[in-house]
Structure formats: structure tokens, C-alpha cells
Design a protein. Structure first.
Length: 583
């Protein structure tokens, strides 16, 4: 095999490797625990056993399992209990006065579909619905005889809604001289502040520990891909815990290790979904004990992320308080960066799973976001990013295309060498290497354009997949969501025929994948062709293969690839014309 053929095969192998890796490794389904049966869901469960902490700090009371009976409609459950309404610029919801739980949150600016009239995204849900998910702040008594508020304690509200301008104050008197208060404040960008206060009006000193908990009950729905982490997450003592490199921060790990405890000063922890985050943020200059806890009572899974702050000792007549924060909302990059840089929440942007190529992926997103604010469309921003990348790598790509042009000029000479030394492979290789050296051609230079694209391709794919800014971001025409595949298909002539064909995986090929395939074919026609007719046919089939494979990728990625092909064709055509291969 000569060097030119080897170069082409290496390039093809690299291209196929990256695509097969995405399709069959990153997008293969996870093993999801089976859903509980209706009979199991209806069983009443007692308070799960509490795993005692290895230190003197007492454990927080465990969350109770789901209420008996078939899950009820959300509106019905919400109407059944007294609540404090939440009406913030970015959040709607309520606080349940039973237990002072934040268990009802929807996101004002995000909807289930691209239709702005579709329902708002539901983030937190009360017990009794299909997937209970709530946050609770409370106190633990150092002595068992001290009565503190529990999961069913009925709190009293100061009245009115919780808004960005009006905090909500909940209070409860234990009847033995202790008065507990929780003051909830919320800003316009998903951040709550909770001030927990206890007043000691008794005749004896008391010791209590403040705690905060986020709990999810039942089987948690997650994406069927290994491309991102969904589940428990946190930064504890400066270290990011996100389930990577054997880190035990996954739902499956929580089931295997029922109680994981960490001592940390500052940081945060909670649960992350693809686009949404619920994070408990303790006082950043105090040491706390953070824990992940799991219990399975009568086939009902309970996942908890919590922290317990240091002891508060109150003499008679004293008051003590602690300030905590809660982030519950969309993982917007600029917003998380703001809370990290301005409010001191460490590494908060890592709640977004930018992956191993963080140092490439986030800059690519920031560049895209800059272009978006400049021109107002993420599709155009992707095209402008492609031009920027082309300019950055212009010297390398130019050198590669010049080498490929020289290789194409050498094809007649190489054919003559094969005629003369076809039976002597060693002599043939020696003569070819001498020919390359004499004209300054490099048979391996053709790999550079593809090698350069691989990390960019991976990082752009990641950006399109995990950043909420790309969710439901429109382009022009039929592309209403750059993070989703092209919705058109050739089966109904891209919508001209009045029927909707079934979505049969790779047969659902839209207009942009076809554009990508055509531009890839045109680019290959400019490359030096293998002298072997069979190999030449094989390489010309590759655009068809790539068209099928990329048909289910995000439309934004296909647009990037198509536009990149067009720019490469233009660049290569100019170079070949200067080399005398085009008139």
C-alpha cells in the first residue's frame, strides 16, 4: 500500500471513529431501574431507617416516602394543602406550610415544546404526584427531648406571596419556649435565600443543628445517554463531584452506598438534570457535613442530598440564626458564572457537564454566545464560529491543501512508477518517497483538516447537547430547534406531500443532512483519488454513509459540517487553481 492510499485510509478511519463513537458509545442507552408497579406505588411506607452518622453530629430526619394511592394530578395535590404562593420573575410555585417545603416550582421562561403556549417546565413537585421532588430546611435537636419542627409540622405564614420584593416568613412555636422562623427570599434569577432563626424563651439552654435537604422520591427519569451526568452533583472542599472517574455521585451509587458523608467548608450539592439544577448552598465560611442518602422502603426509592451545619447553642433568652441559599432553576451559563464570580459559589458553572474537553467546549460556547448577542441567531453564530475556526487554522489547512494539490499533480508520475516497479513493492515505495521529497509533497498532510475538526466537532456537539441556551434555539426556515435533528424528511419530499411518515431512525433524512452529503461529495471530488478503482468507489460512497449517520444529529452540528465543507471547497479550489489544476 503506497503512502497516498494509507493517508486516505487514515483520514477515513478518523472520521468514522469519531462518528461511531458518538452514535454507539455516547448515545447508547443507560440501564434504567424498572418502574414500580401500581400495587407497589400504592403501599404506605413508614419512616425509613436513618443511617447514623459516624460523628457526634446527629443525622437529619429522613424524608417520608410517597403518599399511598395512585399519583394524583398536580393541581389536585396543590389545592389540598395551605400554601404560600411564589411569584418571581423566573419562577412560579408555592411553599407547603406542612413541613415548610418548597415543593412546587415551574420555570416561567421555559416550556415543554417550542410553542411558547405549551406548559411551563415543572422543576419541583409535591408528594402525592408522580415524581415528588422538594427542598426543606429545618433543625435537629442535640437532645431527644427537645421538640423541633418535623416533616409534618404546620407552619404559620405572615401572609401574602413570596416575590422578589416581598419575603415570606414562616414561624412555629414548639410550646416549650422555642420559636422557630424561616424567612424565604427570592431574586429574579432562581436563587432563594433562607434565614433560619430559633429563639429560646425557655429556662434551659438548648443545642440545635440547622440542616437543608433536597429529596427525590421514586424512580428518577434520566436521559438515555452517557454523554452527560444526571444525578447528584456538588463541589465539596473545592473538589467537583460529578460521577466521573469513579466518583460515587450517581443514582446507582447511592443505591449501593446508602450513606455517603463528606466534611466541607463551603461548596454546594444537589441534583442536576440535563438543563435544570437544584443546589443547596450552605454558608461558605462554615464547616458543614454534607451527605448523600438513599433508602428503599417498600419498593419506594428516596434519594437525598443534604448538609448539616455546626451546632447552635442557645442560652435562655438568646436567638441564633443561619443563612443558606438554594438555586432552583435553569443552568444558564452566564447566570452560573455570575453566582460563581460575584456571590462566591465555587465552580458553579461545572453544574453544566462540559465534559473532558471543558477547556475547549466552554470557550466554544462563549464564542457562540458572543456571536449570538451580536447577530441575534444561534444558527448564524455557528456559521460565524466556523469561519473563525477556519481563520485560526488557516495556515495549517492551507499547507494541507497545498500538499494535496501537489499530490494530485503527481498522479500521472505515480502511475508511471507503478507501471515500471509494480512488481517490486520496496523499490516502488523508495521511488515514490523520492518523488515526494523532490517536489515537497507530504502524503500525510491531507489528514490535518479532519484531525483539526475532531475536538471542535466533539465540543460543538457537547455545546448543542447540554447548554440550555441552545435548547429550542431557532435557525431559519424549517429549523426551529438547533439542538434537535432536522425535522424534514425526503420521504414526503420535505413536507410537500400531505402526510407525516413514521420516524424510522436513519431513514428519516432531512434537507440539511442531504446538503451536508452533497458538499462532502463535492469536496472529495477535489481530493486526489486512489489509483485503485475499487478504493475510489469506496471513498465516494462515504458521503452517503455520513449522510445517514448524521441525519439524527443536532441540526446545528449538521449546519456546521455543511458550512465547513463549503468553506473548505472554496479554499481548496483557490489553491488548486493557483497550482494549475483548475482553470
Amino acid at each position: 500500500m503506497d503512502e497516498q492510499q494509507r493517508n486516505l485510509i487514515i483520514a477515513v478511519a478518523l472520521s468514522l471513529a469519531i462518528l461511531f463513537a458518538f452514535q454507539f458509545f455516547f448515545s447508547r442507552p443507560k440501564v434504567t431501574p424498572p418502574q414500580p408497579t401500581q400495587q407497589q406505588a400504592q403501599q404506605t411506607t413508614a419512616e425509613p431507617p436513618v443511617a447514623q452518622a459516624p460523628t457526634a453530629t446527629p443525622a437529619a430526619p429522613a424524608a417520608t416516602a410517597a403518599k399511598p394511592g395512585t399519583p394524583a394530578p398536580r393541581a389536585q395535590v396543590l389545592a389540598a394543602a395551605p400554601r404560600v404562593p411564589i411569584a418571581a420573575p423566573s419562577l412560579n410555585g408555592s411553599i407547603d406550610l406542612a413541613g415548610a417545603r418548597i415543593d412546587d416550582l415551574t420555570l416561567v421562561n421555559y416550556h415543554e415544546t417550542t410553542n411558547p403556549k405549551s406548559p411551563e417546565i415543572v422543576l419541583l413537585a409535591p408528594d402525592g404526584t408522580g415524581h415528588p421532588y422538594f427542598v426543606q430546611f429545618g433543625w435537629i435537636a442535640a437532645e431527644p427531648g427537645v421538640k423541633v419542627p418535623g416533616p409534618d409540622t404546620r407552619w404559620t405564614s405572615n401572609g401574602g406571596k413570596l416575590t422578589a420584593d416581598h419575603p415570606a416568613v414562616l414561624s412555629w412555636d414548639n410550646g416549650a419556649g422555642l420559636v422557630f422562623k424561616e424567612t424565604f427570599s427570592v431574586n429574579s434569577d432562581y436563587m432563594f435565600r433562607i434565614d433560619q432563626t430559633v429563639e429560646n424563651h425557655s429556662a434551659a439552654a438548648v443545642q440545635v443543628f440547622p440542616y437543608a435537604r433536597a429529596a427525590r422520591i421514586g424512580t428518577v427519569p434520566v436521559s438515555s445517554t452517557y454523554l452527560l451526568h444526571e444525578g447528584p452533583i456538588g463541589v465539596l472542599d473545592g473538589r467537583l463531584h460529578d460521577g466521573s472517574f469513579g466518583d460515587k455521585f450517581n443514582y446507582a451509587d447511592m443505591e449501593k452506598i446508602a450513606d455517603q458523608s463528606y466534611t466541607t467548608t463551603g461548596g454546594w450539592l444537589g441534583f442536576t438534570d440535563k438543563y435544570w439544577l437544584v443546589a443547596l448552598i450552605p454558608p461558605q465560611h462554615q464547616q458543614v457535613k454534607a451527605s448523600l442518602r438513599f433508602s428503599d422502603a417498600n419498593h419506594t426509592d428516596i434519594y437525598q442530598a443534604e448538609y448539616i451545619a455546626g451546632e447552635k447553642s442557645l442560652a435562655p433568652g438568646q436567638t441564633s440564626s443561619v443563612e443558606s441559599r438554594l438555586f432552583a432553576g435553569a443552568k444558564e451559563v452566564a447566570l452560573l458564572d455570575h453566582y460563581e464570580s460575584v456571590d462566591g459559589v465555587p465552580r458553579f458553572d461545572r453544574a453544566i457537564d462540559f465534559g473532558l474537553f471543558y477547556w475547549i467546549t466552554k470557550p466554544i460556547f462563549l464564542t457562540l454566545d458572543f456571536f449570538y448577542h451580536l447577530i441575534g441567531n444561534f444558527g448564524l453564530a455557528i456559521m460565524l464560529l466556523t469561519v473563525t475556526i477556519k481563520l485560526i487554522f488557516f495556515p495549517l489547512a492551507n499547507k494541507s491543501y497545498r500538499a494535496m494539490s501537489k499530490m494530485k499533480l503527481l498522479q500521472p508520475e505515480m502511475a508511471k512508477l507503478r507501471e515500471r516497479f509494480g512488481d517490486d513493492k520496496q523499490r516502488l515505495n523508495q521511488e515514490m518517497m523520492a518523488l515526494y521529497k523532490r517536489v515537497g509533497a507530504n502524503p500525510m498532510a491531507g489528514c490535518l483538516p479532519i484531525v483539526i475538526q475532531i475536538p471542535v466537532f466533539f465540543s460543538l456537539y457537547k455545546v448543542l447537547y447540554v447548554t440550555i441556551e441552545m435548547r429550542h434555539a431557532p435557525f431559519y426556515g424549517w429549523i426551529h430547534d438547533l439542538s434537535a435533528p432536522d425535522p424534514t424528511t425526503f420521504v414526503n419530499l420535505f413536507g410537500l406531500l400531505p402526510f407525516t411518515p413514521p420516524d424510522i431512525s436513519y431513514l428519516h433524512i432531512g434537507a440539511w443532512p442531504l446538503i451536508m452529503g452533497v458538499t462532502m461529495f463535492l469536496q472529495q471530488k477535489l481530493n486526489p483519488q486512489p489509483p485503485d478503482p475499487m478504493q475510489a468507489k469506496m471513498f465516494m460512497i462515504l458521503p452517503v454513509v455520513f449522510t445517514f449517520m448524521l441525519s439524527r444529529f443536532a441540526a446545528g452540528l449538521v449546519i456546521y459540517w455543511s458550512w465547513n465543507n463549503l468553506l473548505s471547497i472554496a479554499q481548496q479550489w483557490v489553491i488548486m487553481r493557483r497550482a494549475g489544476l483548475r482553470r
